[in-house]
Ligand binder design. Structure first.
Ligand code: 1HE
Length: 261
């Protein structure tokens, strides 16, 4: 591989960090060096932005694991590689700021796994989703068996992996794999608009949404309800809550927009 490749672009637009997967000649396939570049960009975004967007340069979001690099790996290196993806993607899913994945073209294998680590997925009409691990003789290793299975359900994920079923954007939306489908070319703009909106939320509430919701989903109802009360009580103690509640009561804050008005 050409080690002078940039791999990831980073740009800040106000409170939003834009992280661009930048290896279009290889359809943004993720090598070891690439996963570290994603990690660095995500960490930087967490320190200086309030929300992030992850998108792919070129027509495809991401073709997954770099199969050329992977085919040469001894077993234990593959184990460590998968665990590193887990750590890096966990930093997206349960970090300090929310991320939106803007998906065009292929979100395949590890590309779908990366998108699944974001809190929100926006796909344009060119997007397609596949899990071809069965054909490659490998398995998901970037957290897909947990995150994708939770998004679309293990039976549907098993269908995709066993039969090679490829989902278009609208099918992925119907299955819960993406939250928004937009016309061709509009994914990045929509993702940035959503990130800008999220960036206006109270920081602690965003942190609680990111970190508490997936944990509570893993708990019993009883534990979940107790944890919810603790998180809600903590949120109420923040200066943000005091300021924002007062602003609402003094009619200085925007109301919820009634879509039927
Ligand atoms: C790659 C990769 C890759 C493309 N690793 N080099 N992922 C896959 O099984 C998907 C494999 N890729 C594809 O099916 C297609 O490339 C796409 C549908 C994504 C795009 O097709 P297309 O026609 O636009 O591009 P292309 O001509 O197939 O690929 C362009 C170049 O990118 C070509 O290299 P070149 O040197 O011949 O120009 C491809 O070899 C290269 N390329 N995808 C390496 N993935 C943590 S576990 C996760 C497990 C997985 O991710 S499994 C799924 C792997």
């Amino acid at each position: 591989m050409d080690t002078t490749e940039t791999l990831v672009t980073y740009e800040r637009r106000g409170d939003v960090a834009l992280i661009g997967l930048d290896r279009p000649a290889k359809r943004n396939a993720i090598s070891d060096r690439f996963v570290e570049a994603i990690h660095d960009a995500v960490q930087r975004a967490q320190t200086e932005a309030r929300a992030g967007v992850i998108f792919g340069h070129g027509p495809h979001f991401c073709a997954g694991l770099d199969l050329a690099e992977h085919s040469e790996k001894p077993l234990f290196d593959a184990v460590k590689g998968s665990r590193r993806w887990h750590a890096v993607f966990d930093g997206i899913e349960r970090g300090t700021i929310p991320f939106v994945a803007a998906i065009t073209g292929a979100a395949v294998g590890g590309g779908f796994e990366l998108a699944a680590a974001a809190q929100i997925r926006v796909a344009d009409e060119t997007a397609f989703f596949a899990l071809p691990e069965g054909q490659r003789g490998i398995f998901v290793g970037g957290g897909g068996s947990v995150r994708i299975a939770r998004l679309i359900g293990p039976a549907r994920m098993g269908d995709m992996m066993l039969t090679g079923r490829v989902l278009k954007a609208a099918e992925a939306e119907a299955w819960g794999g993406v939250s928004y489908v937009v016309p061709e070319g509009a994914a990045l703009e929509k993702a940035v608009a959503l990130a800008e909106q999220m960036a206006t939320n109270a920081e602690f509430t965003n942190y609680a949404i990111i970190n508490a919701l997936p944990r509570i989903a893993d708990m019993s109802s009883e534990d979940g309800l107790f944890t919810e009360t603790m998180v809600a009580s903590l949120a109420t103690m923040t200066g943000d809550a005091k300021d924002r509640l007062r602003a609402f009561l003094e009619k200085r804050a925007a109301k919820v927009a009634n879509p039927n008005a």
